[in-house]
Design a protein around this ligand. Structure first.
Ligand code: FMN
Length: 182
């Protein structure tokens, strides 16, 4: 197992852990927002969102991104530089199935029209949604992205020493390791 991969496995929760890490997705425009890390594998990092969102528009213009994860709490920071592409269809379907009932329903109701409504109407719309979340299929607007990394920077705090970063950079197909001050 390569060193950067074993560090990722050591640092991040397993894909079936329902407590998903939050991460900041920064786009090249620039813009930033918090997302859930849906899962990761040897190809990269996956997130899911609404195809009508600003971030999807920005990614179509320029797919270069940074992901910043603080996990757990504030003791470890992982910064990923990479390029986003559409996730495979089967991954998108699997990620939707793994979402909580609330998030499955949210994917259906989280549109611009809904956002304009007063709170009582938004709640009424939410309550009148009758589909069973267990058997719910993703709406057409559900979309997943895979971020293929080319730089991984692991920041580690140490109460008894200066913090330090371990960085892995992909050059011509090989990962190179180096250390940086925190
Ligand atoms: C803790 C937290 C987790 C979030 N997770 C997601 C997510 O996984 N996918 C998503 O599309 N939006 C998620 N959001 C909402 C986004 O931060 C953002 O408001 C939304 O995606 C619209 O972003 P955009 O206008 O930049 O496209 C989350 C927000 C918070 C606070």
């Amino acid at each position: 197992m390569s060193e950067h991969w074993s560090k990722l496995v050591e640092w991040l929760p397993a894909n079936d852990d329902p407590n998903r890490p939050r991460m900041t997705l920064s786009t090249a425009e620039p813009d930033a927002r918090t997302l859930l890390l849906s899962e990761f594998d040897e190809h990269g990092f996956y997130f899911h969102t609404d195809s009508r969102s600003r971030k999807v528009e920005q990614l179509a213009e320029d797919p270069r991104v940074a992901l910043t994860l603080l996990w757990p709490d504030f003791t470890r920071q992982l910064v990923v530089l990479g390029v986003a592409e559409l996730a495979p269809f089967d991954e998108q379907a699997r990620a939707y199935r793994a979402r909580s009932p609330y998030l499955k329903q949210l994917a259906w109701l989280n549109d611009a029209e809904n956002a304009q409504l007063p709170a009582e109407e938004r709640r009424a719309r939410w309550a009148s949604f009758t589909d069973d979340p267990e058997s719910l299929q993703p709406p057409e607007t559900w979309v997943g992205f895979l971020v293929r990394p080319h730089r991984l920077t692991f920041w580690e705090g140490d109460p008894n020493a200066a913090s330090r970063r371990t960085e892995f950079t992909l050059i011509d197909g090989d990962w190179h390791k180096g250390y940086l001050p925190g």
